[in-house]
Design a protein around this ligand. Structure first.
Ligand code: MD3
Ligand code: FE
Length: 213
């Protein structure tokens, strides 16, 4: 990172909807350290395919880290059938945890208390259908999302699936804060275009910090 790229990385607040603030490039100055932290999480808690509520495998690969309490809420111990579910999540790396708090403070959510970080990994063709995030316990708590690697078209819709979503380009280093009135919007990701990012490789990672317990 030289001075010019640092200046170019100065984040701008962009309100997508009330409660949804895009801060472009906010994670750029620390991208290498953040990606190294992601790799330590994946080493301890391997990526696996997410499954739909009906049990079908999705194209996106996922893993998680966070507190014991959050882990317990996410996985019913009786259903801990897979090796990666049978053991505890690794903790959220300090560097990532602190950054998520700084993002929240910056966007006006000083009360943010994340207890887990969910990681999605996309490659060429991977998509995420329109859905709502209904699993968090306290809907007053916002969510912080960090994008690393290949760009994507993020779809941000309304409160019904049929409402036509906004299309938003998310690039390496972008951060979005989701709070209050936007928490229950439908959202998704269009199929990723093939490519290779110089630091991250042929992938897009999305990190979401949440309070679920
Ligand atoms: C929009 N992940 O893991 S950022 C997910 O890019 C997920 O991987 C996306 O949707 C991704 O569930 C999007 C996370 C996000 C979280 C909460 C939201 C987007 C949201 C709440 C309302 C609107
Ligand atoms: Fe979601």
């Amino acid at each position: 990172m030289n001075l010019f790229s640092q200046l170019a990385a100065e984040p701008t607040h962009e309100e997508l909807f009330r409660g949804a603030v895009l801060m472009r490039g906010l994670a750029l100055p620390e991208d290498e350290a953040f990606f190294a932290a992601v790799e330590t999480i994946i080493a301890a808690a391997p990526l696996h395919h997410a499954t739909t509520p009906s049990g079908l495998p999705m194209s996106v690969m996922v893993t998680d880290c966070g507190t014991e309490r959050a882990f317990a809420r996410r996985w019913d111990p009786e259903k801990a059938d897979k090796p990666h579910r049978a053991r505890m999540w690794p903790p959220i790396p300090r560097l990532l945890y602190d950054f998520s708090l700084r993002c929240a403070v910056r966007a006006g959510f000083p009360q943010f208390q994340p207890d887990m970080c969910h990681i999605n990994r996309y490659q060429a063709g991977t998509k995420l259908g329109l859905h709502q995030d209904r699993h968090e316990f306290d809907l007053n708590q916002p969510i912080v999302s960090i994008s690393l690697g290949l760009e994507c078209i993020f779809l941000l819709g309304g409160f019904e699936r049929t409402e036509k979503p906004k299309r938003i380009l998310l690039e390496h280093g972008d951060v979005i804060m989701w709070g209050g009135p936007s928490r229950m919007r439908f959202h998704g990701v269009q199929p990723l275009k093939p490519g290779s990012h110089p630091l991250i490789g042929p992938y897009r990672y999305n990190l979401t910090f949440r309070k679920i317990a």
